[in-house]
Design a protein around this ligand. Structure first.
Ligand SMILES: Cc1cc2nc3c(=O)[nH]c(=O)nc-3n(C[C@H](O)[C@H](O)[C@H](O)COP(=O)(O)OP(=O)(O)OC[C@H]3O[C@@H](n4cnc5c(N)ncnc54)[C@H](O)[C@@H]3O)c2cc1C
Length: 492
């Protein structure tokens, strides 16, 4: 094998790969980024549909997502996101019978130090009984005392931890699952207590402003993909789009550089390689034995996110977002402006996390179930005409953050000098999020630079090493077809 040589190759152009490529280029390295699709941004993408720009799914971040917000600044997109001055979530529960009005409450904060900043809003929160509200304090105290690095925490579900801390089904539905499902992409009854506890501690219990919500004012394809492409090009990174990497490892004889990358266009030699692809692909792309438990990556599994996009002929809510309680409608976002909807209509994106059960369901059936439920939350929708519905399904939106998942997530370094691994699924300490992806990109670039004997110019972010030992005796990870795209299905 012979071919051109670059200092560094980054495999995968999601947020992790973009970050790693920018860090490597900033160190003075010549960098090639290889991405199998024709766009950057990975799991954050947009598409045109009947004159609108729709995202594959609503993406939200928190004020405490420092790495992600730094990424936005770096690619020139920081001014194109909305960030709440103070956390404010309107939660709505449908009325008990047909035609009865819904009950709504606000979860928000004031400027008192955490966790007192939530106290006033929780005490007035009408979607929980008085005793449920009072018992929340017990779980909050328990969360504050937890050792998040205790491997035992990853052996139980967050639901069972909440049970032991006095939280009944009412509190689970009206409060804990509202956050857990959206951030961990599993309900508390299935989520690892370690990952969910990290989310609540970081987002709600340490800094009073940490959980203020942010979202893009632009389609994600512009906010991330287009802006990142321009920034990478300015940084001198060679973008090799629509090229799939088929193998990575020590270079064959004749290939320049200690490492070799084979793509659908031929071989590349490099001193450093960052593999920033999903875990469903990484296990089989990396040389065997790259990190302990590599053959068990398949056990990380996947969890789906489905979005129902609905265009109404008129405005049905003036809220930018709302959360459903006791409803199959989880979160609703007004995306009219970002999609470019003109006139009097309104475009709402209904985001459904932990949605494996919806992946095989026909879009018509999803719309038929959710539209009446939306009307129960938003009575104004009853008189409005639905102009259009569309369902987007991301089967592998995140890894499955179930008990036992923490020890399956590797750190950035591998057993091969110069070769490192990135992605929201690696051991970032975060669930699979944009923040986790960016953190992993920084960590992988730093690890590649360190182990190849170069110095990293960037701050080394904190990454969490997996705790515990990987389970044994499991099947090797399945190979995913590089050509598979997430499914987008049109309804009616
Ligand atoms: C619908 C949806 C909603 C979400 N909502 C949120 C949210 O609200 N907040 C939040 O923080 N996170 C959210 N997430 C999660 C977030 O999008 C991801 O965690 C993050 O974008 C993952 O980035 P990544 O770079 O690790 O991986 P990816 O985005 O998966 O990037 C990997 C890249 O590698 C490329 N690739 C794969 N194989 C090869 C190969 N062999 N050769 C070359 N290239 C290859 C892929 O094409 C892809 O571009 C959501 C995800 C989805 C799908």
């Amino acid at each position: 094998m012979s071919g051109p040589h670059v200092d560094a190759v980054v495999v995968g152009g999601g947020l992790a790969g973009i970050t790693a490529a920018l860090d490597l280029a900033a160190s003075g390295a010549s960098v090639a980024l290889v991405e199998r699709r024709r766009r950057l941004g990975g799991l954050t993408w947009s598409f045109a549909h009947h004159g609108l720009q729709l995202d594959n799914g609503q993406h939200v971040f928190l004020r405490c997502c420092d790495a992600y917000r730094g990424f936005l600044s770096r690619i020139g997109s920081a001014g194109d996101v909305e960030l709440q001055p103070r956390l404010e979530i309107t939660a709505v529960r449908p009325g008990p019978g047909a035609g009865t009005p819904p009950t709504s409450g606000t979860l928000g904060r004031n400027d008192l130090p955490a966790p007192l900043h939530l106290g006033r809003s929780l005490l007035r929160y009408p979607l929980m009984s008085r005793s449920e509200r009072l018992r929340v304090g017990r779980a909050v105290l328990g969360l504050r005392r937890l050792d998040l690095d205790d491997p035992a925490l990853d052996e139980e579900t967050f639901g069972s931890w909440l049970d032991r801390h006095g939280q009944g089904p009412g509190a689970l539905g009206a409060l804990w699952d509202l956050i857990t499902v959206a951030t961990v992409n599993l309900p508390a009854r299935e989520a690892s207590a370690a990952i969910a506890a990290m989310v609540f501690r970081t987002g709600l219990l340490e800094d009073h402003a940490a959980a203020d919500l942010g979202w893009s004012r632009l389609p994600l394809g512009i906010l991330h993909g287009e802006r990142a492409a321009a920034t990478l090009e300015r940084a001198g990174v060679s973008l090799r789009m629509e090229e799939t990497v088929v193998s990575v490892g020590p270079a064959d004889e004749g290939c320049p550089g200690p490492l070799g990358v084979t793509t659908t266009s031929g071989p590349l030699g490099a001193d450093m390689v960052v593999v920033a692809v999903p875990h469903t692909v990484a296990g089989s792309l990396l040389p065997a034995g790259s990190f302990p438990g590599q053959e068990l990556l398949e056990k990380l599994g996947t969890s789906a996110i489905v979005n129902l996009h609905v265009v109404f002929d008129r405005q049905v809510t003036d809220l930018p977002l709302l959360a459903g309680v006791g409803s199959p409608v989880q979160w609703v976002f007004d995306r009219s402006a970002s999609a470019g909807l003109d006139g009097n209509g309104q475009y709402l994106a209904l985001s459904l996390s932990a949605a494996d059960h919806l992946v095989g369901r026909h879009p018509d059936l999803i719309a038929a179930e959710l539209l009446p439920e939306l009307e129960r939350l938003l009575p104004e929708a009853r008189g409005a005409r639905v102009l259009e519905t569309l369902v987007t399904k991301e089967r592998a939106a995140t890894f499955r953050a179930a008990p036992g998942s923490s020890c399956l997530r590797p750190g950035p370094s591998t057993s091969t000098p110069g070769l490192s691994v990135a992605g929201a699924w690696t051991a970032t300490g975060w669930p699979a999020t944009m923040e986790g992806a960016v953190r992993s990109g920084h960590a992988a670039a730093a690890a590649a630079l360190d182990s190849s004997g170069r110095r990293s110019p960037t701050r080394r972010p904190t990454t969490k090493r997996p705790t515990g030992k990987p389970p044994t005796g499991q099947r090797p990870p399945a190979r995913q077809s590089p050509a598979r795209q997430p499914t987008t299905e049109e309804v009616a």
